[in-house]
Design a binder for this molecule. Structure first.
Ligand code: ACO
Length: 331
């Protein structure tokens, strides 16, 4: 059965994880922590770290090339490049313009970054969907990429054990069959901005010797506040996605959540009534890669054949801001 309403279908995905792996046992030698504590409290066993000199756009370009190849298009077929990141190559210009150059997209292909932290990939897909379904674009590249290891205080055990580097990408293509994005729902609550932030380096507190000495260029977080808010917000955004489409939780084949903490996801699973065995989980191997976590998990599951054509997939993510959202799509 074909529908006349255009949709945004995932035509190809790719991901990239840097070669270097830092295990929990490696961290035991760096801060006062243990493999047992990290694994029990977060589900994380190891994370990948970018090599010296490797940049956010380098990682994004690797993932993008794989997604473009999987989609069976040429880089010059892209009509728009969206890079979701809070760890750009430089403050100015966008990381997306470096990606445009590195992958050989058209020299006039529009390209921009969005900053929605761990929710970045869902925000990016939502924006892409608008361009695709209103006719402005045929192929949009959405990348979630983070190089968090450069903005982590490696002496702070409460944050350094959580994060990793990586990139995931998807080519979204305008389609007229029943597959594709059914909806995206986006939310933000700026009252929570201090719960997870990098205090300095912007207009509020420009970089200075004092800000560097005070350690204000790294991630600061109130972990338990983030935890509690995440469980509530991820659950309610997921339910909103299902209700908006008149779809019952039994019809969801897979949930691809942002991978921040296994315990957060177990709590969300209970709240929304979708068993954890239907969650695509790779947090043990990557840690929290922020905006990259959903597209990495999506790409791995597609390539492994875990997610198949026709499957109904629910995505949900929350990150700094707080910014959060959900997406429902038929693969
Ligand atoms: N190793 C050993 N002990 C530690 C470590 C560590 N790496 N980190 C903290 N501890 C200690 C604390 O100091 C504390 O000790 P105390 O009792 O002597 O004071 C104890 O462990 C318990 O600390 P809590 O903060 O209560 O531990 P909790 O169970 O809340 O876990 C964690 C902390 C993992 C940070 C959790 O709160 C969490 O995951 N929050 C969500 C944060 C998050 O995911 N942020 C990512 C970005 S947002 C997102 O992606 C959703």
């Amino acid at each position: 059965m074909s529908s006349t309403r255009p949709t945004s279908r995932i035509a190809g995905t790719g991901h990239y994880a840097p070669e270097k792996v830092l295990t929990n046992h490696d961290l035991e030698r760096m801060v006062d922590t243990s493999d047992e504590w990290i694994a029990e409290r977060t589900g994380i066993r190891q994370r990948h770290l970018a090599a010296e000199g490797e940049t956010t756009s380098d990682m994004a370009a690797h993932a993008a090339r794989a997604a473009i190849a999987a989609a069976g298009i040429a880089p010059t077929d892209l009509d728009l490049i969206i890079v979701a990141t809070v760890t750009p190559d430089v403050p100015l210009p966008s990381t997306a313009v470096f990606v445009q150059q590195k992958i050989g997209a058209r020299p006039d292909c529009p390209a921009f970054d969005i900053a929605a932290a761990c929710a970045g990939f869902i925000y990016g897909m939502s924006i892409a969907d608008r361009f695709l379904t209103t006719g402005g674009a045929r192929h949009v590249l959405v990348i979630g990429v983070e190089l968090l290891s450069r903005v982590i205080d490696w002496s702070d055990r409460t944050t350094c054990v959580l994060f990793g580097d990586g990139a995931g990408a998807a080519v979204l293509t305008r389609s007229e069959d029943e597959r594709g994005l059914l909806s995206t729902h986006l939310f933000a609550d700026g009252a929570q901005a201090q719960a997870l932030h990098i205090p300095a380096g912007g207009s509020a507190l420009p970089a200075s010797l004092a800000t560097v000495e005070a350690g204000l260029h790294t991630v600061h977080m109130t972990g338990q506040d983030v935890f509690k808010y995440a469980v509530r917000a991820l659950s309610s955004a997921s339910v909103t996605a299902l209700e908006a489409n008149g779809i019952s939780k039994e019809d969801v084949r897979w949930v691809i959540p942002h991978q921040a903490n296994l315990r957060i996801l177990e709590a969300v699973s209970k709240r929304i009534g979708v068993g954890i065995e239907r969650f695509v989980l790779n947090i043990a191997r990557y840690g929290n890669t922020s905006s990259a976590s959903i597209p990495i998990a999506l790409d791995e599951a597609l390539r492994a054949g875990t997610i198949e054509s026709g499957d109904l997939v629910l995505m949900c993510a929350l990150g700094a801001g707080f910014a959060w959202g959900s997406a429902l799509l038929r693969i």
